[in-house]
Design a protein around this ligand. Structure first.
Ligand SMILES: Nc1ncnc2c1ncn2[C@@H]1O[C@H](COP(=O)(O)OS(=O)(=O)O)[C@@H](OP(=O)(O)O)[C@H]1O
Ligand SMILES: [Mg+2]
Ligand SMILES: [Mg+2]
Ligand SMILES: [Mg+2]
Length: 389
């Protein structure tokens, strides 16, 4: 065999060209070198372990705050969305854990929060509260000895690795609390962490501390006696798993196998302002969906869908709203690795390589492979009807 170089097509753009130094390579040494190089690139094992640990520790802080949520914890950012000490504490912890667990890797992260407001006069009490929460959580976890972070350390941790993402290299993507409104209401929220490699999501972790372990298909109601708390995790090519917070073993999950759209139930944002309900109800009607939409906050919707609780997630924000990558990256891989499909309203896959925003066509739709053609048809017709009305 006489080969100078070999082009391989993989989902990993960095494995494109392998030069062979010698023309005398035999076939078995070629196969061996390919196996070695692709396993190094494809594993993401260290990152996956670190991501699960980071999201789980952050979830503990969030649970503690949600339980004791005081009105004074809610601040107002410029966009008027509520941001709590838990959003900042969660982000500080995730960044701290990722940097500690992966010391030999450059740290780059596109994350929702930053420390600007916390550096202003009058924010000292809030910052102290966040610092205490972070230190308490680290001390209970115990992995990092008797470390105590100062307020300055916490500010630095919140901003650590701050990046705009993009199509080159590796970037973490973090929503330290997705569904802040649900969190404040005492309802659903998620800690959503994903890793982009060359613009593609290669792993994702969704901690959903309030999501019932049992299905929430069409009868979701907040109920104190249901056991709650799930960690969803997915790695490219390796499927999606759900691990209950109660310490039970992870289980592999799959999206629903439903083929008949009349039997499908669908998820929507809890906040009515986040989706155009005239469009989503028209789509549901065309599909013959009988059940009313299940409204829950945050990427817990993607988690629930990945284990087959519902069949469809529709998200059609009002004109002018730009979706951020941290609101979808982890959820997207959790659903696709469970056999689902996530696309924009025209059927294009979501593109996470453009920086912090997703440039998409109108809305986001999620379902299984069987239902997607009918869903796309219903979306197209509904949008055409809206445009002509
Ligand atoms: N107007 C508007 N339209 C669409 N989406 C918006 C809008 N405003 C905010 N957001 C983002 O929605 C994130 C929460 O999404 P959800 O679908 O879970 O909505 S909600 O929880 O029911 O409010 C929420 O994420 P967090 O800020 O992390 O909570 C926002 O990024
Ligand atoms: Mg927010
Ligand atoms: Mg969010
Ligand atoms: Mg958030």
């Amino acid at each position: 065999m006489n080969i100078n170089c070999l082009r391989i097509v993989t989902p990993y753009p960095q494995v494109k060209l392998i030069s062979l130094k010698s023309r005398t390579h035999n076939f078995s040494s070629l196969v061996l070198s390919l196996k070695l190089s692709s396993s190094v690139v494809m594993s993401y094992d260290k990152e996956f372990t670190a991501a699960k640990k980071a999201a789980s520790i952050a979830a503990r802080l969030c649970q503690k705050v949600q339980k004791a949520l005081l009105q004074s914890d809610v601040q107002s950012k410029l966009d008027r969305s509520p941001v709590t000490v838990a959003d900042y504490g969660s982000q500080a912890l995730v960044n701290f854990v990722l940097e500690r667990e992966l010391p030999s890797e450059p740290f780059s992260i596109v994350a929702e929060e930053d420390s600007k407001d916390l550096r202003k006069d009058g924010a000292q009490d809030t910052l102290q509260r966040i610092t205490d929460l972070v230190n308490d959580t680290l001390s209970i976890d115990g992995s990092y000895g008797s470390i105590t972070l100062s307020t300055e350390d916490v500010l630095k941790a919140i901003d650590s690795g701050k990046s705009e993402g993009g199509s080159h290299g590796r970037h973490w993507v973090l929503d330290p609390i997705d569904g802040t409104k649900g969190f404040v209401r005492g309802d659903q929220y998620a800690i959503a962490l994903a890793l982009l490699d060359e613009g593609k999501v290669v792993l994702g972790v969704l901690a959903c501390p309030n999501l019932p372990l049992a299905s929430i298909s069409s009868d979701y109601q907040h109920s104190a006696d249901r056991e709650v708390g799930c960690l969803f995790f997915a790695k490219i090519g390796a499927g999606t798993y759900m691990q209950p917070h109660n310490g039970s073993s992870p289980v592999k999950v799959q999206v629903t196998a439903i083929e008949n759209s009349e039997e499908a139930s669908f998820f929507e944002s809890y906040e009515k302002a986040h989706s155009m309900h005239n469009i989503t109800s028209s789509i549901a009607k065309k599909l013959g969906v009988k059940a009313p939409p299940v409204r829950i906050d945050s990427q817990a919707k993607y988690g629930a869908l990945s284990r087959g609780d519902g069949a469809i997630y529709l998200r059609f924000p009002h004109k002018g709203y730009r979706e951020k990558i941290w609101d979808h990256a982890a959820g997207c891989i959790v659903v696709t690795e469970a056999g689902g499909v996530v696309s924009d309203a025209s059927g294009n896959p979501l593109d996470f390589s453009k920086g912090k925003y997703l440039d998409l066509d109108i809305g986001i739709i999620v379902t299984n492979q069987k239902l997607m053609p009918a869903l796309l048809k219903a979306v197209k017709e509904s949008l055409e009807e809206k445009a002509s009305s």
